[in-house]
Design a binder for this molecule. Sequence first.
Ligand SMILES: [Cu+2]
Length: 147
Amino acid sequence: MERRAFLRAVGPAAAAGLAGCIGGGTAEGDYDVGMSAKAFRPVRIAVEPGTTVRWLNTSKQGHSVTAYEEQIPDEADYFASGGFDTEQAARDNWGSSSGGTMFEGDDFTHTFEVLGEYPYFCIPHERAGMVGTVVVTENPETATSGE
Ligand SMILES: [Cu+2]
């Protein structure tokens, strides 16, 4: 089984979260990073290797989750909503029907295997400062959450 991010690993909602069902208010307890109009919430999370992080668009605006290709660990898989293999492809395809837009209630997941820091951004709101970081560490409890 994949581990959930530790931030959501406690509490009664954790077990239900494994089903991955989306919809209604029940989804509120079932994600690791939410989104406001122009921000990821929380901005920074720390997880153990092997953790699947789930982003959920908890706002009414369209967003993306797009990794900074040059800033993630060299050995790590690239990740972006829409499934793009490169940051350039994600940027080039923004606005198309397959452009990786996350509408209200849409989610995106990625499993982090390699230790390190993973800065990412939202394509339409990057200039507004909509950026975040996933820290993959053996000791997420002691890492700065920044929440
Ligand atoms: Cu955004």
